[in-house]
Design a protein around this ligand. Structure first.
Ligand SMILES: [Zn+2]
Length: 125
């Protein structure tokens, strides 16, 4: 994958085919030069045209969230099954509002794409 330079993805997620595209992959990694997270979606359209979308920084998070439900498995997943309870690999941020002692709180979670979730911080909003 590519950002400031060409680099190896940290992990590759394999996505379900949809009506238009097949052989869909979402590669994620961190640019070794600017350290930004980079997500790269590649998919082949039914008529043989390659569609490629690259996002970095906060947009990489959005791209992952958008395709989260289509992930079938990831390259790393098998290797990391033993860490079932804690988020691993690519993590994304999730904010949830909750009431605690009559106050509105924002709870920040770090989530991975295998359903693991860890509370990072809760603060009044
Ligand atoms: Zn970069």
């Amino acid at each position: 994958m590519r950002h400031c330079c060409q680099f190896k993805p940290d992990d590759i997620y394999y996505l379900r085919d949809n009506d238009l595209f097949s052989s869909r992959q979402l590669a994620i990694g961190f640019c070794p030069i600017c350290k930004k997270p980079v997500a790269e979606l590649t998919e082949w359209r039914f008529d043989g045209i390659l569609n490629k979308i690259t996002s970095s920084g906060i947009n990489a998070n959005d791209l992952m969230l958008k395709h989260n439900s289509e992930i079938i498995y990831s390259q790393k997943e098998c290797n990391y099954r033993r860490f079932k309870s804690k988020p691993f690999g690519w993590k994304y941020g999730l904010n949830k509002q909750a009431k605690s002692g009559g106050k509105n709180m924002v709870k920040q979670y770090a989530c991975d794409f295998y359903g693991n979730k860890e509370l990072i911080k809760s603060s009044p909003c």
